[in-house]
Design a protein around this ligand. Structure first.
Ligand code: MRU
Length: 319
């Protein structure tokens, strides 16, 4: 089933906070409910956030809300993934054409997400096969699978396309502290796909690469700056450094909507800092502080290539 969808004039989405134990579908009838779902990561992952933003503006129009005001609120629900404000502004641009036109645009973005991610997955798989041969072991981070999109996935979409070609070996995945998008969501998706996989703690990711267990790293992105810097889930940057040291490709898989030509470099991207309570717990002494960065910046020179639904970018200006 789709991660997020529009049915009977409302948004439906899988509550990802409950996975893998419970598959629960939530019905979202108001913009406030949507914003709550985005903030607590019931819906998450850059392309899915783009679709959520688009559907949220359509929902505001359908509910007779002040659409501009609600659009602004949705855009700010999470700051780092550019897809969220991208999806919002695509549908807001249809405001003059009325509610039906806005709903149609949001549904178009939703359908397009599936097609575009399937395209980029197949392009990325071909790129890897051309360089690494017919059987490839990979390392990934966080969840850039179907759950981070409407269907199919970006980084895990490349893995899916490798599987179509009988070219996927083993997948290593970081558990992705503190909310475990890797251990909970990516492992669940790989299990459903019937792909051999191994979960490691985040700090073991570089060791997996140093020991030659993976032939390439594939990750998604939340925002790609104009100079090619890649912003993705915290823990991506150490993997890029380790891939560089190990001399293996570091591939970023993302739709064109993740490229932000208005942000010159990664240093200008707002990095979401989430609640310290996600890190602190019974294991930490009372009074300890936590700094819960949700994303990091991988400098462009550590990225071997970016595969999108339209092109492969390696070393050339993004345009
Ligand atoms: O905090 P999350 O779970 O929304 O972070 C998601 C990621 O960092 C993904 O790697 C990224 O959005 C790409 S998803 C195709």
């Amino acid at each position: 089933m789709r991660t997020i969808d529009w049915r009977n004039d409302r948004i439906v989405l899988i509550d990802q906070t409950l996975l893998p134990g419970t598959v629960k579908v939530i019905h979202v009838d108001t913009v406030d409910e949507l914003i709550d779902s985005i903030k607590r990561l019931a819906v998450r992952g850059a392309p899915a956030l783009g679709v959520a933003g688009a559907l949220g503006v359509a929902l505001a129009a359908k509910n007779g809300d002040d659409v501009r005001e609600q659009a602004e609120k949705i855009s700010k629900a999470r700051p780092t993934a550019v897809n969220l404000s991208w999806g919002v502004s695509k549908v807001l641009a249809k405001l003059d054409q009325g509610t039906e036109a806005m709903i149609e645009e949001a549904k178009h973005i939703l359908e397009d997400d599936i097609r575009r991610n399937a395209d980029l997955g197949r392009r990325g798989a071909q790129w890897l096969i051309d360089r690494l041969g017919p059987r490839i072991n990979v390392q990934t981070h966080c969840n850039a699978g179907a759950l981070a999109c409407v269907e199919w996935g970006t980084a895990l979409g490349v893995v899916r396309a490798l599987q179509e070609r009988d070219a996927i070996g083993h997948v290593y995945l970081d558990e992705t502290r503190p909310l475990l998008q890797g251990a909970r969501l990516t492992a669940w998706e790989l299990q459903q796909m019937g792909i051999d996989h191994t979960v490691v703690v985040d700090s073991a990711g570089p060791t997996v690469l140093a020991r030659g267990l993976a032939d390439a790293v594939i990750v998604g992105a939340d925002r790609i700056a104009a100079n090619g810097d890649v912003v993705n889930k915290i823990g991506t940057y150490p993997l890029a450094l380790a891939a560089h040291r190990a001399g293996i490709p570091f591939l970023v898989a993302a739709p064109e909507s993740t490229i932000d030509p208005d942000t010159p470099d990664g240093a200008r991207v707002e990095i979401e800092i989430r609640d310290a309570a996600e890190i602190l717990g019974e294991h930490t002494p009372d009074g300890s502080k936590a700094l819960n960065y949700a994303f990091d910046v991988t400098p462009a020179d550590l990225v071997t290539a970016i595969v999108t639904d339209e092109r492969i970018i390696n070393g050339k200006p993004l345009g």
